[in-house]
Ligand binder design. Sequence first.
Ligand code: IPD
Ligand code: CA
Ligand code: CA
Length: 259
Amino acid sequence: MTDLKQKDLLIKEWLEEIKTYIIEQKNEDLEVSQKTADNDLVTRMDKTIEEKLVGKIRSHFPSDKIVGEEGFGDQVDSLEGTVWFIDPIDGTLNFVKQQENFAVMIAVYTDGIPECGYVYDITQNKLYSSIKGEGVCCNGQQVQHPENLKLNEGMIASSSALMGNEKKPVIREIGRTCMGVRMRGSAGLETVEVLKGNVIAYIASNLKPWDVAPGLLFMSEMGMTASQFDGEEIDLLKDNSIIFATNNAHKEIVNMLDA
Ligand code: IPD
Ligand code: CA
Ligand code: CA
């Protein structure tokens, strides 16, 4: 077995442990607190999940670097070597208010090239995973490539931050050109909607590296396109406003944003 396959199995084991932990804790006090705004929340679970994953990575791969949302990782200013991206709970607001529609996310990159990525929809018991070059699987079953639909042939996913706060009329025009806009509140689960073909694009502003790291691999494995709003490559060392889309819809959205 290759080192990457072994790593993949190990990460999947960790994710199963985390799922059991989340289920065990679901009736306990989440200890919710605010970060930067009323709707920017963190819970005891976000912190303990990240702490657990960071501990495991450090014991198995002590020289690797870790970028984690809740601050248990490292200060990373270069993608040289192996870098892990962790979002312990993507969709914390959903986790607090709905107890569903959230995901645990991990991605591993070496010298800026993705190796493997994971988005675990815990309550639906669906683990989306990818090893570079092997496509994307859901619970081990290969996900089929969706049709390369155009913008007016499907719906898009977006974030309430972009749809609600964006001043540029072009964002609403993109929303009107497609068949409808859906907002799920988890960047990871919205990315999964793109690769399944449920929506033709996900557009969102100011996403953090851990929000997009697994999705970037998923998009390339599905032969779909990922970029910043201006068509430039996504940079995992900074915040990015992103488009994950079918190739046709991607071209149209970039052209509309550029007009
Ligand atoms: C958030 C979710 C949300 C997106 C935000 C992210 P978090 O992640 O992915 O859908 O619109 O920009 O910050 O804070 O719940 O991990
Ligand atoms: Ca999070
Ligand atoms: Ca997130």
